[in-house]
Design a protein around this ligand. Structure first.
Ligand SMILES: [Zn+2]
Ligand SMILES: [Zn+2]
Length: 79
């Protein structure tokens, strides 16, 4: 698989990761790697975070969308 972002710029670069949201192939330049907190359910229907963080890989578009969603959530908007 090749990097989708590079392909859109008419370049061919081997993908080294895949966006966990949209499935786009990504090269080292275009991937956004971060940590994602996973949770377990504790009584009663309460989510508790677990360690360590899971790996999280997103393409540029999904990274922007998730940042916008987090910003909306921070403002108290309903998601
Ligand atoms: Zn790329
Ligand atoms: Zn994506």
């Amino acid at each position: 698989m090749n990097c989708l972002e590079c392909a859109e710029a008419a370049k061919t670069t081997a993908a080294i990761a895949v966006c966990g949201r949209c499935g786009a192939g990504l090269c080292g330049t275009h991937l956004n790697e971060g940590g994602e907190t996973l949770t377990v359910m504790a009584p009663i229907a309460r989510q508790v975070p677990v360690e360590p963080l899971a790996r999280r890989v997103r393409c540029g578009k999904c990274e922007s969308a998730e940042k916008a969603q987090a910003a909306g959530r921070a403002r108290g908007g309903r998601v």
